[in-house]
Each structure stands twice: as C-alpha cells, then as structure tokens.
Design a protein around this ligand. Structure first.
Ligand code: HEM
Length: 276
C-alpha cells in the first residue's frame, strides 16, 4: 500500500468508564442543568445565556483574584496577564448579550411570569465581581442566607481588599502619595473616590506611557469600560424587553438599573484624565 493510502489514526472510541473529556469537562452535568419553567420555546436561550454569563462571571472573578494576589506580592507581570485575559473574557461575556438583545415584551412575557421573583440581582457570582471592583455592600449578602456556600464566599470577599485596594497599596509601595485613610480604609465598605488618588493617577499618566504603572492603569480602564458596557447592554436589553415595568426582583426595573449603570468603575482612573 502506498504511503498516501494510509488512513490517518482515528480517535479512540473505547473507554473503561466515562470518557476523559467527560471526567474533565462534566459536559453531561452542564448540558442537563436546563430545567425550563414554561412551555415557551424562547425560554431555553434565556436560561442558557444566563448560565453562560454565570460561567464568565466565575472565570473573571478567578482572573481578578489572581491579579489581586499577584499585586500583593508586587508581581505586576502576573497581574497584567490575568487582567488581559479578563479583558478578552469580558468581551466574550458582553458578546453573549446578542441572543437576548432584541427580545420584545411579548416574547419576554411568554415565560416571564414563570420566573417568579427570580432575578439576576440574586446572582452571588456577579456580586463577587462587583465586590472585587470595590462596590462593597454588606446588605448584598442578605439574599444568600439560604445558600451557605455562596454566603460564606461572599462574606469572605466582603472583608478582603478589592482588586482596586491592592492596586492602590502597590502605588503606595512604589512611592506614590496614596493617603493613609485610603490605605487603611474599612475594605468592607464601598470604595469612595479620593482627590489625592486622582492626583496620583494624573501624575502616572503624565509620565512615561510605557511605565509599568501607566500600563496597569490602562488595563484597569479597559476592565472598567467593559463592565460599564455590560451594565449598559443589560439596561438596553431590559428597556426593550419590559419598558418601565417593575423588575421580577422587586426593583423599579429600568430606573433602578439606570442608576447602577451611571456608576464609574475605578472612578479616579476616569477623572484623572482631565488633569493630564
Ligand atoms: C432581557 C432579559 C433581562 C431583563 C428584562 C432583566 C431585567 C433585570 C432587572 C429589572 C433587574 C433589576 C432587579 C430586579 O428588580 O429584578 C436586573 C438585575 C440584574 N440582572 Fe437582569 N435582566 C435580563 C437578563 C439578564 C441576564 C441574561 C443576566 C445574566 C446573569 C442578568 C443579570 C442581572 C444582574 C447581575 C442584575 C443585578 C445588577 C446589579 O446589582 O447592579 N440579567 N435585571
């Protein structure tokens, strides 16, 4: 037989137990977690999109925790790698709005009542993501009292320094005048913008753009912009799907989301630009 006539090796078909793919990916679990609450054929993509976003939240939280830990050890390259991965992941997260972005009120109504009081507001992983950005709030633990694991993880995250706290501590160790009250702040409280921190960023941005801290600032600005985009895409999808009706989670709906979307992530990274 000529060399060309050889069939290429085909993958193995025979395994003792479950496949190594299954053992690693748990695809059988993952693809059977879609318990629909209505007969509406449009509910599947709503549930799957929500689950996909939960997985991206999980991945992004992992990256930011990796970055925070690296910054604590002054390892900026490892932190930058994690932040850059998270930027691509945020782009993928935001891309996953596409299947829900044009829902009409009639389509959404077909399964909305089946959701009861269920709302993304009750997402524990999204809350961890917000905590890492500095948007801390003890009251956000309350909905999770019935889920011990989620509650414990959130409580731990509430009392840990946020990613931004670690960044500011690094800036101080590098000789920048970050005020004591910022460095020693109660990290379980929401981060409030500081004029001195704004001056520190303005100073970094006025210097060499290739400086490690200037590049770190830009990676954090990418993160901030993409989180703001997620909030806005969510807001617009909500406006299209339900107008100004109240949310299933009991909020004023769009009006409440509008207020959330106005918040700037890492505020001084935006305001410092006026002084460069
Ligand atoms: C088009 C479909 C959607 C509509 C109409 C909608 C509507 C809402 C509304 C009205 C709220 C405010 C809280 C409430 O009263 O319920 C909310 C919050 C929230 N939703 Fe959605 N949502 C949609 C899709 C999603 C998806 C796919 C996710 C992905 C996990 C999600 C995640 C969240 C999160 C995390 C919050 C809390 C935001 C915060 O705390 O600032 N939503 N949503």
């Amino acid at each position: 037989m000529s060399h060309e006539a050889h069939e290429p090796e085909t993958p193995h078909l025979d395994f003792q137990g479950t496949t190594p793919y299954e053992d690693y990916v748990k695809a059988d679990v993952l693809t059977h977690l879609q318990h629909l609450l209505s007969d509406d054929p449009g509910e599947m993509v709503f549930l799957v999109t929500t689950q996909v976003m939960e997985l991206w939240f999980t991945c992004i939280v992992h990256e930011w925790e990796t970055a925070a830990k690296a910054l604590r050890k002054d390892d900026v390259p490892t932190a930058m790698d994690a932040l850059k991965r998270s930027i691509r992941e945020l782009e993928a997260l935001n891309g996953s709005w596409t299947p829900l972005a044009q829902l009409t009120p009639q389509q959404f109504n077909s399964y909305r009542s089946s959701l009861g009081e269920g709302s993304g507001f009750q997402s524990a992983m999204y809350r961890r993501l917000e905590f890492l950005l500095g948007e801390k709030s003890a009251s956000m633990l309350v909905p999770h009292r019935g889920s011990p694991r989620a509650y414990a993880e959130l409580e731990k995250a509430l009392h840990e320094p946020s990613l931004y706290d670690e960044v500011l501590r690094l800036l101080a160790r590098r000789g920048h005048p970050v005020p004591q009250e910022v460095l020693g702040r109660d990290v379980s409280q929401r981060y409030e913008s500081s004029p001195e921190v704004e001056r520190v960023w303005a100073d970094i941005y006025s210097g060499d753009e290739d400086d490690e801290l200037a590049r770190l600032g830009e990676a954090l600005t990418d993160v901030a912009e993409l989180v703001w985009r997620w909030r806005n895409d969510h807001l617009v999808a909500t406006r299209r799907a339900m107008g100004s009706k109240p949310g299933t989670g009991g909020s004023a709906g769009v009006a409440w989301l509008e207020r959330r979307a106005q918040k700037n992530v890492f505020p001084e990274l935006w305001t410092a630009r006026s002084h460069v």
